[in-house]
Design a protein around this ligand. Structure first.
Ligand code: FMN
Length: 435
């Protein structure tokens, strides 16, 4: 039996807690040359798509820009259309929220990207919720949780009917939108651009099972991955869909070295770069909800309890599902078990998401194990450096996976749906229709 094939998305650094923009090897976050370098390397590695996350508003911590945020992210559609011109097969995935955008505009932007790129567009649908971000759009937090997914589902329904309309009038009257008119573009080469969903709640998973072609997740361990995979794939039949219709792609980091020991040393160095002494205190303040600037990052955890009512110390995309008092206790126990770890050491250990560390062979073995044992269908690779963070992975890990028979040696077709092994929602246009 042939081996299950691994899929890769390539996450352009920035908009997360892993990018080390201050590293001497880091290049520009805004020059087009950085995007070209990164995308062309992903394509050299025969990856499915390049991926842009969305940071709609720079996070603020106690009134200043969060230390780890990259200031400078050009517009997603502009960047992806430009990358289309310097690549030939690579998919182009943009994260665009369904909360602050209108379906007609989105349908046009993604259909345009699909046409201009010859069928390579993908939309990562996020439901960005917080009021702080909403202020950039004059709306604040205008939708509650349940309505966010209701609105997202309606956005997708409207965009799909616009993509499918072939010049016929479209009438939609729903709870969130009234849209009436004709769509100016014929269906793109993929019929519908690939839809990705990122959101982890039960509502988010159901939304993915009903509508998405891929789900971007954070479940990085083998066991958590297998449980998540079984959960979301198990939701598909309820929506009349089968296992192949939804790819599970966790976002993962990787650190390579000539030997496993060398990679581990590099990984430790990167973690210290990611969690500088001021960042360690900022993370702690996010949990404690208090000003802890008087504490020594190399000293012990504070004795005071978290202020559970102070939710505004950090503004922007942060999610703390757990009760801060429970986290504080967990961290205290962890510090004691480690023989009295410092604040910075604890933050380094507890907030780390370094998924694959080792020689190219070790990393290839581990990734292959995840895919073959149904913890996922592939990965969205999240390098920490712009723009060269993927280079060594492509040169050294990709051939290892090819040798194992788990990774392609050529692109299977021209469109992103071909790369991901997804059905095209509609037959391609006739020659007359596309003329
Ligand atoms: C893996 C992952 C990646 C995400 N990426 C983004 C992003 O780039 N931009 C954004 O605004 N929200 C992003 N989100 C946030 C989600 O869209 C959503 O708002 C959040 O997860 C809350 O929804 P949930 O309760 O269903 O998880 C991401 C979420 C996940 C799980």
């Amino acid at each position: 039996m042939s081996r299950k094939q691994i899929h890769f998305g390539a996450h352009f650094p920035g908009v997360n807690n892993t990018t080390v923009w201050s590293d001497p090897q880091a290049g520009s976050q805004t020059d087009f040359a950085s995007f070209v370098h990164f995308a062309q390397n992903a394509e050299r590695g025969l990856m499915d798509f390049v991926f842009l996350a969305e940071g709609l508003r720079l996070r603020e911590h106690r009134g200043v820009i969060h230390d780890l945020d990259v200031v400078g992210r050009p517009d997603t559609f502009t960047v992806l259309n430009a990358i289309a011109a310097v690549t030939t097969h690579l998919g182009l995935a943009g994260t665009i929220n369904t909360t602050f955008n209108e379906p007609y505009e989105l349908a046009k932007q993604f259909a345009s990207l699909d046409h201009l790129s010859g069928g390579r567009a993908a939309w990562n649908m996020v439901t960005t919720s917080d009021a702080f971000t909403g202020e950039n759009f004059r709306r604040g937090g205008f939708l509650d949780r349940a309505h966010r997914y209701e609105r997202a589902a309606e956005v997708v329904a409207v965009t799909r009917s616009l993509w499918d309309s072939r010049g016929e009038p479209v009438e939609h009257h729903g709870r969130q939108f009234d849209v009436s008119g004709r769509f100016p573009l014929p269906p793109g080469p993929q019929g519908h651009p690939v839809l990705i969903q990122a959101g982890d709640s039960a509502e988010g998973r159901d939304f993915a099972a009903a509508t998405a072609d891929a789900i971007f997740t954070l479940h990085g361990t083998l066991e958590a991955g297998q449980a998540f995979y079984a959960d979301v794939k198990g939701r598909l039949p309820r929506h009349g869909r089968s296992e192949q219709d939804l790819k599970v792609l966790p976002g993962v980091t990787f650190v390579l070295g000539d030997t496993d020991a060398e990679a581990q040393d590099t990984a430790d160095h990167i973690r210290r770069q990611q969690v500088s002494p001021p960042t360690a205190i900022a993370f702690l303040e996010q949990i404690w909800g208090r000003d802890l600037s008087g504490y020594d990052p190399d000293g012990p955890l504070p004795d005071v309890e978290p202020d559970v009512d102070n939710v505004s110390i950090t503004l922007g995309r942060v999610r703390h599902a757990k009760d801060p008092r429970a986290v504080a206790q967990e961290w205290r126990d962890f510090a004691a078990a480690g023989g009295g770890l410092s604040i910075r050491q604890i933050v380094i250990e507890k907030t780390g998401r370094q998924s694959f560390i080792g020689s190219p062979k070790t990393v290839a073995d581990q990734m292959d194990l995840f895919v073959q044992s149904n913890a996922c269908d592939g990965f969205i690779l999240v390098p920490h450096l712009t723009p060269g963070g993927l280079d060594r992975f492509v040169t050294d890990v990709v051939p290892e996976l090819q040798d194992r028979g788990s990774y392609r040696t050529a692109y299977p077709g021209p469109t992103l749906r071909d790369h991901l092994g997804l059905r095209h929602p509609h037959a391609p246009l006739t020659a007359q229709e596309s003329a």
